[in-house]
Design a binder for this molecule. Structure first.
Ligand code: IPD
Ligand code: CA
Ligand code: CA
Length: 268
């Protein structure tokens, strides 16, 4: 029952993923070489981006694009824009750790209306369309039902851009570690959000993410019945990159905990 636009996004992701899987096999070999896999991984990332650009561009010629590597390109259709991370979890990929994804969001009139996050090594396709629910392959997704913070498994990440503002992040991490059952830092924000949508994680927070990390994932969480906000409880996630995603029970207490810890550390 996927709509035509989800089919376009899924087909583009699957095609780019075939290249990533091939290159990931090479990367595993390159771990032991003196030069290391850095240049090779940059090339793999760019190749995936080229594939996605051409597939999405061919299917919807007028749409604008915001790609992580290639930046913005204006389209003749001013209402629609693809927001794409061709390889989320680059650091994992670089080290041969099989936890990375392709993320594609579709924005219409400034609002995300469709999203796909594809995890090639598990062949897991997360997709959502505004008003139509969130799915993992063909299974409908719901966020978890856990009510107690003390029982919750919570994902997080530390963006490269946050490294200059570590005290704030360290304070929030400390607070959540003290309150939750477990904290995980898996290294691919698009997948962290997909895991909240599927109930594997009960919540996720990170600061200073980029639009391509979260465009698809935010819609996945919402369509799975979860709540997403920035850290002040507003909805400027795409602008600030600050994200808190959780089920309906945990969103409020977690937001209060993180805000308080952040304030106490002298952060925003
Ligand atoms: C990164 C991952 C990571 C997050 C960083 C992102 P990249 O994206 O999503 O989990 O902590 O903030 O930049 O660089 O692998 O595309
Ligand atoms: Ca990313
Ligand atoms: Ca990336």
């Amino acid at each position: 029952m996927r709509s035509p636009v989800i089919n376009v996004m899924a087909a583009a992701a699957l095609k780019a993923a075939r290249g990533l899987i091939r290159d990931f096999g090479e990367v595993e070999q390159l771990q032991v070489s003196v030069k290391g896999p850095n240049d090779f991984v940059s090339a793999a990332d760019l190749k995936a981006e080229r594939t996605l650009k051409s597939e999405l561009g061919r299917a919807r010629p007028g749409y604008g694009m915001l790609f992580e590597e290639g930046g913005v390109s204006e389209g003749s259709d001013k209402r629609h824009r693809w927001i794409v991370d061709p390889l989320d979890g680059t650091h994992n990929f670089l080290h041969g750790i099989p936890h990375f994804a392709i993320s594609i969001g579709l924005e219409r009139d400034g609002e995300i209306v469709a999203g796909v996050v594809y995890e090639p090594t598990r062949d897991e396709l997360y997709w959502a369309e505004k008003g139509a629910g969130a799915y993992l392959n063909d299974r409908r997704l719901r966020v978890s039902a856990r009510r107690q913070l003390s029982e919750a498994m919570i994902g997080t990440g530390m963006a490269a851009r946050v490294r200059g503002n570590e005290p704030r992040y360290a304070a929030t991490l400390d607070a959540v570690l003290g309150a939750a059952s477990g904290v995980r830092r898996f290294g691919a924000a698009a997948l962290d959000l997909a895991y909240v949508a599927s109930g594997r994680l009960d919540a996720f927070w990170e600061f200073a993410l980029s639009p391509w990390d979260i465009a698809a994932g935010l819609l996945l969480v919402r369509e799975a019945g979860g709540y997403v906000s920035d850290l002040s409880g507003g909805h400027a996630m795409m602008a600030s990159g600050d994200v808190l995603a959780a089920n309906a029970h945990l969103h409020l207490p977690l937001a209060a905990l993180i805000r308080e810890a952040s304030r106490a550390s002298g952060g925003a």
